[in-house]
Design a protein around this ligand. Structure first.
Ligand code: UDX
Length: 435
């Protein structure tokens, strides 16, 4: 099959490279000439484990191409994917669909023969209808079907999520389009990955419902964590025990500083707006958004309270800045709120993150970015573990203690053992663990 992928952001690049690895011929298109040049030189603009090698392999085997010129790729494509950004529209929480609609117009002018136009970007219910109307209006003779095929890729694990998904969702009632989609995902089909074929609007909603439900799960366990602290219980044991109930499931029950990233904050907000506009208020989703926003701010108070209520003139070291490990993504990362509030309270912030310090430099000011964890904690009054990178899980604790000014550790990801840390002489707190 021939695939054109519009947008070489996170989703477009990973999907394009994986489809090429399945054996299809894929052309990734982007208006940003700098980005395309870099990709043609083997430079990958995002941090995603395994992606560089996957791209290099498929470029070498002549199945993956990058270009700014959409014409040939779209003309010859069996399927054109729209994988452009849908950021939060300024001011009101709705998704900004201008890039999606611009792509639809561009596609309309170029398609030849039966073409499946696939929205991979996360788009509100009804966007597929609008994409179809735009193409129909721009090119009344076009022979096409618009399909919704949402992505469920986690940053840092995107390639395995693409190649070994729990399910693939295909939203269309056009039989011909279903055939093309099945052919595209054939390697997964052979692996017995469930392919859920449904109507387009349902498919669009599935993506938001999935992300919102995961955000609910995280936020729920975060509130239970607060309760655990107040009543002498341990949230990790609660998570494990409730997660063993198959109806609940053990994943996404890690308490922490609140969810961040490019998807959950944006998608919960957009879903909330959809609910409101459609006359079906989503009170649970609304509460999750509010609780999570407040939580990120509350984490700095937790640090300040632990240090006796006054951090002015103190040096606080943060390990991890990205919203989660294995990414350099800083979008809506809890570290942003934590740093701002600690600085406001008069603390000096030193920080180390294995991948995101360049990105962090754009969203936080006056932070001393360090060369490694031990450099960050030099003479620190406290260490805050914000992101659970593997390399922070087995720090040389004697060295940590000797390097810090005072052995105060606030572990927001529960990666160390409470009793062990106290035995080693640290003043240690974590999230939701009274013991
Ligand atoms: C998410 C979805 O998982 C993915 O399916 C979707 O397509 C895009 O959004 P991503 O944002 O990359 O992926 O990261 P994810 O691993 O889901 O984590 C999101 C946030 O939740 C992070 O801030 C993470 O730290 C937090 N989280 C996750 C928790 O606090 N606790 C958990 O148990 C799980």
């Amino acid at each position: 099959m021939r695939v054109a992928m519009i947008g070489t952001g996170y989703v477009g690049l990973v999907s394009g490279a994986c489809f090429a690895d399945f054996g299809h011929v894929v052309t990734c298109i982007d208006k940003d000439a700098g980005k395309i040049n870099a990709l043609n030189n083997g430079e990958i603009p995002i941090y995603e484990p395994g992606l560089q090698q996957l791209v290099a392999k498929n470029v070498a085997e002549e199945r993956l191409y990058f270009t700014t010129d959409a014409k040939d790729a779209i003309r010859t494509a069996d399927a054109v994917f729209i994988a452009v950004g849908t950021p939060t529209r300024r001011g009101d929480g709705h998704a900004d669909l201008s890039y999606v609609y611009a792509a639809a117009e561009e596609i309309a002018e170029l398609i030849e023969g039966f073409t499946v136009v696939v929205t991979k970007s996360t788009v509100p219910v009804g966007t597929g209808d609008e994409v179809e109307a735009i193409i129909r209006k721009t090119n009344p003779d076009a022979n096409f079907a618009v399909v919704s095929n949402p992505e469920f890729l986690r940053e840092g694990a995107a390639i395995s999520d693409f190649k070994r998904p729990d399910r693939v969702v295909v939203g269309t009632d056009n039989e011909e389009a279903v055939k093309v989609m099945r052919e595209l995902y054939r390697p997964l089909y052979l692996n017995e990955t469930p392919i859920v074929v449904t109507r387009r609007r349902t498919s669009e909603l599935i993506k938001y419902a999935a992300n919102a439900f995961l955000a609910v799960k995280i936020t729920f366990i975060n509130e239970i964590a607060d309760l655990c602290e107040n009543v002498g219980a341990n949230v990790q044991e609660v998570s494990r025990a409730i997660g063993l109930d198959n109806r609940i499931g053990g994943k996404f029950l890690h308490a922490g500083p609140g969810y961040g990233g490019s998807c959950f904050p944006k998608d919960t907000l957009a879903l909330s707006r959809t609910g409101h506009d459609a006359g079906a208020e989503l009170k649970i989703v609304n509460a999750v958004i509010e609780v999570n926003d407040a939580r990120k701010k509350k984490m700095a108070d937790k640090v300040i309270d632990f240090l006796g209520g006054d951090v002015s003139g103190k040096s606080i070291a943060l390990l991890g800045l990205a919203f989660k490990p294995n990414t350099d993504d800083m979008r809506d990362a809890p570290s942003i709120d934590i740093v701002a509030k600690l600085q406001e309270a008069g603390a000096t912030v030193r920080a180390f993150d294995p991948a995101s310090m360049k990105e962090a430099g754009h969203v936080m000011k006056d932070v001393v970015f360090c060369d490694g964890p031990y450099h960050a904690i030099e003479n620190a009054d406290a260490l805050v573990i914000v992101t659970e990178w593997d390399q922070f899980r087995a720090l040389d604790l004697d060295r940590v203690k000797a390097t810090m000014k005072s052995p105060n550790i606030i572990d927001l990801r529960n990666i160390y053992d409470t009793e062990d840390m106290r035995d080693r002489g640290f003043n240690y707190i974590s999230v939701g663990r009274a013991y």
